[in-house]
Design a binder for this molecule. Sequence first.
Ligand code: 13P
Length: 249
Amino acid sequence: MGNRQKMVFGNWKMNLNKKEAEILCNELNDGLAIADVKVGVFPSFPYVSQVAENANHFSIGVQNFYPQETGAFTGEVSITQVKDVGAELALIGHSERRSIFNETHSFLKKKVDASLVAGITPVFCCGEPFEVRNAGEERAYVLQQLEESLFHLDKRAIQKCVIAYEPVWAIGTGLTASTEQAEDMHSAIRSWIANQYDQECADSISILYGGSCNASNAKELFSCPNVDGGLIGGASLKSDSFLAIIHSF
Ligand code: 13P
């Protein structure tokens, strides 16, 4: 089992305004005092520093950044800039960035490297679309995502990463992976890490599940031996559902 940490992260995506972000942050501060789980939220860029300044019991992450230190990249934000305003985590490889913004394996690899250099924890997302699962090729698909963007790291570096398995067909659809499907992929991911590095390394990395995880199904999903928590979209936008998920461990 190892000593891996339980985590619940909220990906706010392109939701909430300034006031709503402030209210949610305050409600999480009030509700989290006793939680024995690492909690993080990923606000939209304009609110990252505001939430970081007010967060008491949880970490702040960014949904995106550009893997260059400084320079002529109009509209982009560097990882050191987000670190400067209090971010500690960065989502990398989310399916929406892969599919809508065409982020490739090699680009994601650069983001992983830049994030580690800056001392920011990469939360590396992987997961197959519906057609791939339908064809029974989900394991090969997810393994390739890991091999192309993560497995170039050495053992010390990969142990600084968090992995989130988010089957694309479950994101925002209300369809959740069954506990069997989630456990099957999570244990496969852990055994690939053990093969590539070693078992101790595999047992130290938290692997989160994402995709229509909510207050009603979190307890069951989190009870799977290889599911160490969740990456939550819609249900992280309200404190009652997000806190219920966190407290379902
Ligand atoms: P939902 O929880 O809304 O399905 O989103 C999951 C997700 O994409 C988190 O990154």
